[in-house]
Write a new protein. Structure first.
Length: 174
């Protein structure tokens, strides 16, 4: 059994997963198609001052399938609604062992922490939407991804003041 990547219609990944799992049961191909995955991670974002936790797909537009590729499994997948095709063109290309190991390592690491929806970098202008500096605008000086914190310079009474904030306390200024 090897892992393959399916290209799907955008936003249809979960539906393709469910349809494939149902079709595998109906055609009794459970021994040939072992797993169907839509890798996701938990992210947090702030909208209108409220912190929300949601899931985000690692690979939007793609579904991962562990299977034994033969004519039966090829046809089952190819004729599943929402599937555009295999990644690799005419002849599907299986993921290498290193690619699979790296993918599972990323998934395992993402389970341990909640990632921010928006990534920040030094020089970004941000608006603070929580804490004592609410509604102030500042500039990101440093980013501590391990702790999920930002060093932001804010001007208070004409003086630049460094403050440490969490990702969810700010939003990028447009």
């Amino acid at each position: 059994m090897k892992w393959y990547v399916l290209h799907t219609l955008s936003g249809q990944e979960q539906r393709v997963k469910e349809l494939l799992e149902e079709r595998v049961r109906l055609h009794e191909l459970g021994e040939k198609i072992r797993q169907v995955m839509v890798p996701t991670q938990t992210v947090q974002e702030v909208r209108s001052g409220k912190k929300r936790i949601m899931t985000r797909k690692f690979f939007p537009g793609y579904v991962l399938v562990e299977l034994e590729l033969n004519d039966d499994t090829w046809q089952l997948i190819k004729h599943t609604q929402g599937v555009i095709g295999f990644l690799g063109g005419v002849r599907p290309t299986a993921l290498t062992a290193d690619e699979v190991a790296e993918m599972f390592n990323q998934l395992e690491a993402s389970k341990e922490k909640i990632a921010p929806r928006v990534m920040f970098s030094a020089g970004d202008r941000v608006k603070i939407n929580d804490g004592p500096f609410i509604n102030f605008v500042g500039e990101v000086q440093n980013v501590d991804e391990e702790r999920g914190k930002l060093g932001v310079n804010v001007t208070v009474f004409g003086r630049t003041t460094p403050v440490e904030l969490e990702y969810w306390q700010v939003e990028k200024e447009e």
